[in-house]
Ligand binder design. Structure first.
Ligand SMILES: [Zn+2]
Length: 424
C-alpha cells in the first residue's frame, strides 16, 4: 500500500521550524520519502491532502494504564472479560485524541495490544510493562483492606483486581527474578516496578523506600540482560537516589526532587515522567478521594510536583509526557489537559517535544524488546512509522491547541486514517 500526503506544513518532532510544502510518501506503514517535489514516476494507492493544517507526529503518552477503565475498587468487582472489553473503548478514544503510541506502566493489556496490532480494534501502539511489580505492602499491593491478607498456605493474594494481572507482588531476589521474567515472557517491552511509597495506596507511607538494593539489582540485571530497562514509580528523594544508583532508567513521577538528585539524573541519563495536570488538581484537593489520609498524601505529591517542574527546567532533564489517568472514559478524556500544563512549565515547543521525539527516544530504550522495531516513533522522518496528526493551528506556537482534541482533525497510524473530522 503506497500513500502520498501532499501540501504538508510539517513539524517533524525535533526541529522548531515548520517546513512548508512537503510531500510525504508512505510505503507499508513507514515513511519512505519526504521531499519538496513530487516524484512523477511514483504511483500511489491513496492521496491525502493536508492543506490548511499543521502535520505533527502522532503523540506519545509515556505513562498510561490503558486497561484500567475504572477505580481499583470498581475493577475489583469486574471479571477479566469485562475489563478487557471496556479497555477497547479507552484505547479507541486515546487514538482519537491523537495518541498513536503509549507506554503502559502497569495493566494487563495483553489481549488489547494483540487485538490492536492485528487490526481487530482501533487503538495506539502499546509498549507494555504488563503487571507492575511491587513488594508486599508496597504501592501496588492493592488489596483493598486487611481482610484480604495473603492466604499463608497457598501464598495467593485475594484481590480480584490483582488476580487479573495488572499488578503482581514479588518479595526477595528469586521472586523478583521470576516475576520479571514472567512479564518478559508475556512480551513486556520494559519492566515497571514500584520503588517507593504511593499516594493512592493505603498501607505504605509516601516516604518509604520499597525494594532492597539486592532486589532492585536483580530486577535491573535481568532486564538489562534482555536489552531493555526498568522504570519505577517513585516519589521520595532517598528512594530515587537508590533507584538511580542501581540502574533504573525512568523515574515515574520523580516528585520530591532536589538539586543533588537532578544532577544524578543528568549524570546517569535518567528520564523523568511526571504528571503536572493531575498535580494541579490534587494539590488543591480537586479529585474526590475515599479518606483524609489519601487527601493528605495526594496534596503533598501535587505540591511537590509543581516545585519539581522548576528543577526539570533548570537542569534541562530528560523528560517525557505522561498522564497516569486511571478511571472511566470521562477520566481518561482529561488526557490532553497535560499539554496546557506542559506549556506553562516548559513552553509550547519543548512541551510538544516531550510528547513526540523525546518520548520516542525513551520508548526506544526497550532495545531488544522493542515491539515496534521497524521504525522510529514520535517523529516524522524517512524511516519512521507513518503516525501523523493534522492539527488546526500551530501547536509549536501554542500548545493549548492540543489540549482540545477537536483541533486534531485527522489521525493517521501506520499510514492508515483512524479519525477524520474534516469537512468535505
Ligand atoms: Zn501510574
Amino acid at each position: 500500500m503506497k500513500v502520498l500526503i501532499q501540501n504538508v506544513s510539517l513539524f517533524d518532532g525535533i526541529n522548531e521550524a515548520i517546513r512548508q510544502g512537503c510531500f510525504i510518501s508512505v510505503e507499508d506503514g513507514v515513511i519512505s520519502e519526504i521531499s519538496h517535489q513530487l516524484n512523477p514516476a511514483m504511483e500511489y494507492d491513496r492521496v491525502i491532502d493536508a492543506a490548511g493544517y499543521t502535520v505533527i507526529p502522532g503523540l506519545i503518552d509515556a505513562h498510561t494504564h490503558i486497561a484500567l477503565s475504572d477505580t481499583f475498587n470498581a475493577i475489583d468487582n469486574m471479571t477479566a472479560e469485562e475489563v478487557a472489553v471496556r479497555s477497547t473503548v479507552i484505547a479507541r478514544e486515546m487514538l482519537e485524541r491523537g495518541f498513536t503510541t503509549v507506554r503502559d506502566v502497569g495493566s494487563n493489556c495483553y489481549g488489547l495490544k494483540q487485538s490492536i496490532d492485528s487490526n481487530f480494534v482501533p487503538g495506539p501502539r502499546i509498549y507494555p510493562s504488563y503487571a507492575g511489580i511491587s513488594q508486599t505492602c508496597g504501592h501496588a499491593d492493592y488489596r483493598q483492606n486487611r481482610t484480604q491478607r495473603s492466604n499463608f498456605n497457598q501464598g495467593l493474594d485475594d484481590s480480584s483486581f490483582m488476580r487479573q494481572g495488572h499488578l503482581v507482588l514479588a518479595d526477595g531476589v528469586p521472586e523478583c527474578l521470576k516475576r520479571t521474567r514472567d512479564q518478559i515472557f508475556m512480551g513486556a517491552s520494559q519492566i515497571k516496578i514500584f520503588g517507593g511509597g504511593g499516594a493512592s495506596s493505603l498501607f505504605d507511607p509516601l516516604d518509604t523506600i520499597q525494594y532492597t538494593r539486592e532486589e532492585l539489582r536483580a530486577i535491573v540485571e535481568t532486564v538489562t540482560n534482555y536489552g531493555s530497562y526498568v522504570c519505577s514509580h517513585i516519589h521520595a528523594g532517598p528512594a530515587m537516589k537508590i533507584a538511580i544508583e542501581e540502574g533504573v532508567k525512568s523515574l515515574e513521577h520523580a516528585t520530591f526532587m532536589d538539586d543533588d538528585i537532578a544532577r544524578l539524573c543528568l549524570d546517569k541519563e535518567v528520564w523523568v515522567v511526571p504528571q503536572y495536570a493531575t498535580a494541579e488538581l490534587i494539590a488543591n484537593r480537586k479529585i474526590p478521594l475515599d479518606s483524609e489520609i489519601l487527601y493528605q498524601k495526594t496534596e503533598r505529591v501535587g505540591k511537590g510536583l509543581l516545585k519539581q517542574a522548576e528543577l526539570v527546567e533548570k537542569y534541562d532533564l530528560k523528560c517525557a509526557f505522561g498522564t497516569d489517568l486511571i478511571g472511566t472514559p470521562e477520566v481518561h478524556a482529561k488526557q490532553n489537559a497535560e499539554f496546557s500544563a506542559r506549556k506553562k512549565y516548559f513552553g509550547s515547543f519543548r512541551g510538544l517535544k516531550q510528547a513526540t521525539s523525546d518520548a520516542g527516544e525513551l520508548l526506544k530504550l526497550s532495545g531488544l524488546l522493542d515491539p515496534y522495531p521497524e521504525g522510529d516513533i514520535g517523529v516524522v522522518c524517512e524511516g519512521s512509522y507513518a503516525d501523523m496528526l493534522f492539527v488546526r493551528g500551530n501547536p509549536v506556537d501554542d500548545l493549548d491547541i492540543l489540549a482540545n482534541p477537536d483541533n486534531i482533525q485527522v489521525v493517521i497510524k501506520g499510514g492508515e486514517i483512524f479519525k477524520d473530522t474534516r469537512e468535505m
